[in-house]
Write a new protein. Structure first.
Length: 310
């Protein structure tokens, strides 16, 4: 293959958040605190789900999975971004770039599928309470969680394998704080139509498929609550078990839908970078807060955990 200027790129430069002139230390401290919140908050939830017998239920099993995902998901992008704030533009090898791309899409798409699984769990709990223990048996829960992780892994592998087939030459500056697919494809010097099709068709369905299931689950739940539950108190109780999950869904899906379902032109705008920042750094920090603030069981388990530590 003859290269444009004879050199094949084996390293990229991550330009990071380009408009932080004069404020890198402020951003460094802000995102470091956010990242620590992600680690501590989600770490506490994982610990509680493992060690508190009262939380050995399907809902908390999935929540533990979600917290694990959030820890890994933030770790894929945030530490590299933090070093960027301190030391300026970050070099990353082609291999490192592909690994980052792989894990970002693996964990991100696993999370979208897992949120749909959690919606199904809420649907069974509210609309079929008598069969709940049977339908959401430990074996089924393990299968559903395993299927979520496997789907994410297969989806990410398709992207990383296809991207690794491309040849990069000429420019090596990535206008982003991590190796995302869109900005990477603009640097390829061969056709990326197959990669673009994958992004527009498969990635969009990985986002929209689970989202549709979540919406359907909640339509069923809402109609059930209004038809079958007469007391105001009963309705409120049913709604409140869904509130945390719905908030988390909104926080993840609104920015993700915004980024991936608009047809990809290939270029990654500043807006894309800011939106990605939302769901890769901010949302994972908020998830544990949402679940612990709205949830009596999590709050009392947290209190027990802290008392044991002290």
């Amino acid at each position: 293959l003859a290269m444009l200027n004879g050199t094949e790129v084996s390293e990229f430069i991550l330009l990071g958040l380009s408009d932080t002139q004069g404020l890198p230390h402020f951003f460094f401290i802000s995102f470091l605190l956010l990242y620590l919140t992600v680690l501590l908050g989600n770490g506490a939830i994982v610990t509680m789900v493992i060690f508190e017998p009262r939380l050995h239920t399907p809902m908390y099993f999935f929540l533990g999975n979600l917290s694990c995902l959030d820890i890994f998901f933030s770790t894929v992008t945030v530490p590299k971004m933090l070093t960027g704030f301190l030391f300026g533009h970050q070099p990353i090898s082609l291999g490192g770039c592909l690994a980052q791309l792989h894990f970002f899409h693996f964990l991100g798409s696993t999370e979208t599928v897992l949120l749909a699984t959690m919606a199904y769990d809420r649907y069974v709990a509210i609309c079929n309470p008598l069969r709940y223990a049977l339908v959401m048996s430990p074996r089924i829960c393990l299968l559903l969680a395993g299927a979520s992780w496997a789907t994410g892994f297969v989806h990410a592998t398709m992207h990383s394998v296809l991207t690794s087939q491309l040849t990069f030459c000429g420019h090596n500056h990535i206008h982003h704080f991590f190796c995302d697919i869109k900005p990477l494809l603009t640097l390829a010097c061969v056709s990326t139509s197959l990669n673009m099709t994958l992004l527009n068709v498969v990635t969009t369905s990985i986002v929209l498929g689970p989202f549709t299931l979540i919406v359907l689950s909640y339509l069923y739940i809402i109609s059930f609550i209004f038809q079958k539950i007469q007391s105001q108190e009963g309705r409120w109780k049913a709604f409140s078990t869904c509130a945390s999950h719905l908030t988390v869904v909104a926080l993840l899906y609104i920015p993700v839908l915004f980024n991936y379902t608009s047809p990809s032109s290939g270029s990654s705008s500043n807006r894309d970078v800011q939106v990605t920042l939302l769901y890769s750094a901010v949302t994972p920090a908020l998830n544990p807060l949402i679940y612990s603030l709205r949830n009596q069981e999590v709050r009392s388990a947290l209190k027990k955990l802290l008392e044991r530590k002290l």
